[in-house]
Design a protein around this ligand. Structure first.
Ligand code: BGC
Length: 424
């Protein structure tokens, strides 16, 4: 059933690629592993969810991604997902323009909650929405992803008004307001801040807001519950957390699944493969002995140059949300237990940058906890405060106790805070 659902939304070109996969030799990833290295700097390392990169320019931190021969990044395809999110909002507007313009002024107004202005995923989503709606302004060849602040009069320089014709009538689309949802202590993607922001926005121009868009479901649900649900204003998020998927029945407009089930599996699987000294593609593009295998081009793509696995995204709307109600369920294709005589128990240190991040705590970590058993990994989960790297690195006091590491940084520039500990 999941396969059918995914197939339905993925373009034909991608489908052709998906023929490469289980049963083939896969993507030829390099690695055979170093199962018994005692040097911490040689142990398998997986960065996940926050890709080592410059938080101002987005440029990948190739040193961190190539830290040793068993280093990988696992995330999802931010641009493909961002495009899907933008299209989802645009499709909704096209189908409902006549009835959704609440004050009948001919302007479809939306507000946008931005997660973290220095996070590639957040930047991509802001660009994706603005590109699809035509409200983006190009600077240096890219759509500007800066927050617009308040733009009720349409005078902002970072966004522009666009027009759309529906049923013979022309509507203006305007980004009425957007801001980074960062709290006073510095935590980003902050749901409570988003709840406050919608309160401020609606108090001054509520009747102009026809759509709410958010870089994630945590902030989206906060705005939905605080206002949009009662006001019957469609709200679009990202992540397909279970609560957001359930809210689709109550008017939440839609969300994007970033295939966290595939990502959580890959995060631990690349470590497992290195620890077992087998090819990195085992159980990924090439079936393992238990029969676990993903489909390249449908579930994920791999970039050897970037040492990165990217899960592919799927739009979740009123049409298909019933298939996504449990975001913590392991993916059928990779749900088989490994044989502990061949893949013996190993110890992994893993951190989550912010123990209260909605997506990571309600979706990603529960999935990791399901897969760690299947992969015979004994994982220590460390939850950070979302603000300081040292809050986490302080708890990597004795790396020699562990066989492998999975790291989710607070700030994507900070890979060296971790590798310097492993180098000691
Ligand atoms: C998710 C956000 C989450 C962030 C944390 C993103 O991929 O969509 O919900 O807050 O990761 O890094």
């Amino acid at each position: 059933m999941r396969k059918k659902r995914a197939l339905a939304v993925i373009a034909a070109a991608t489908l052709a690629m998906s023929m490469v996969g289980c049963g083939s030799t896969g993507n030829g990833g390099s690695g055979s592993g170093s199962s018994s290295s005692s040097k911490n700097s040689e142990k398998p390392l997986c960065w996940f969810n926050r890709q080592p990169s410059n938080s101002s320019t987005g440029e990948l931190d190739k040193d961190a991604l190539n830290y040793n021969k068993d280093t990988y990044y696992v995330g999802f395809d931010a641009n493909q997902g961002a495009e899907l999110q933008g299209e989802m909002v645009l499709d909704y507007i096209k189908a409902n323009a006549a009835t959704m313009d609440r004050n009948g002024d001919g302007v479809i107004g939306y507000v946008l909650a931005i997660g973290d202005i220095g996070h590639n995923d957040s930047i991509a989503r802001t660009r994706g929405v603005r590109s699809a709606l035509g409200t983006g302004v190009e600077t240096d060849g890219n759509v500007d992803s800066s927050p617009a602040g308040t733009n009720v009069d349409g005078a902002s320089k970072v966004v522009q008004d666009s027009t759309i014709e529906v049923g013979g009538k022309t509507y203006t689309i305007r980004e009425l307001a957007s801001q980074e949802m960062k709290n006073s202590a510095g935590a980003t993607w902050d749901a409570a801040t988003a709840g406050n922001a919608i309160g401020t926005w609606t108090a001054s121009f509520g009747d102009q807001i026809d759509v709410v868009v958010s870089n994630n479901d945590g902030m989206g649900m906060s705005m939905f519950n605080a206002w949009a649900k009662d006001a019957k204003v469609p709200t679009f998020g990202y992540d397909a957390n279970s609560d957001a998927v359930a809210a689709i029945a109550e008017g939440y407009g839609g969300t994007i699944s970033q295939h966290a089930d595939v990502q959580a599996y890959l995060t631990l699987r690349v470590l497992r493969n290195a620890l077992d000294g087998v090819d990195v593609d085992t159980g990924i593009g090439t079936p393992d002995e238990a029969g676990n295998c993903l489909t390249e081009g449908e579930d994920y793509r791999y970039s050897e140059e970037e040492r990165s696995y990217y899960a592919l995204n799927v739009a979740v709307t009123a049409d298909n949300y019933q298939d996504f109600t449990d975001s913590t369920k392991v993916y059928d294709k990779v749900s088989k237990q490994l044989d502990s005589s061949k893949s013996p128990k190993k110890k992994v240190w893993l951190d989550i940058y912010n123990a209260s991040d909605n997506f990571l705590s309600s979706t990603y970590q529960p999935l990791l906890q399901n897969y760690d058993d299947l992969l015979n990994l004994d994982v220590d989960y460390i939850g950070g405060d979302g603000q300081t790297e040292s809050n986490i690195t302080n708890r990597l006091g004795n790396p020699s106790e562990y066989d492998a590491f999975a790291i989710n940084m607070v700030k994507t520039d900070n890979a060296a805070s971790y590798t310097s500990i492993l180098n000691q």
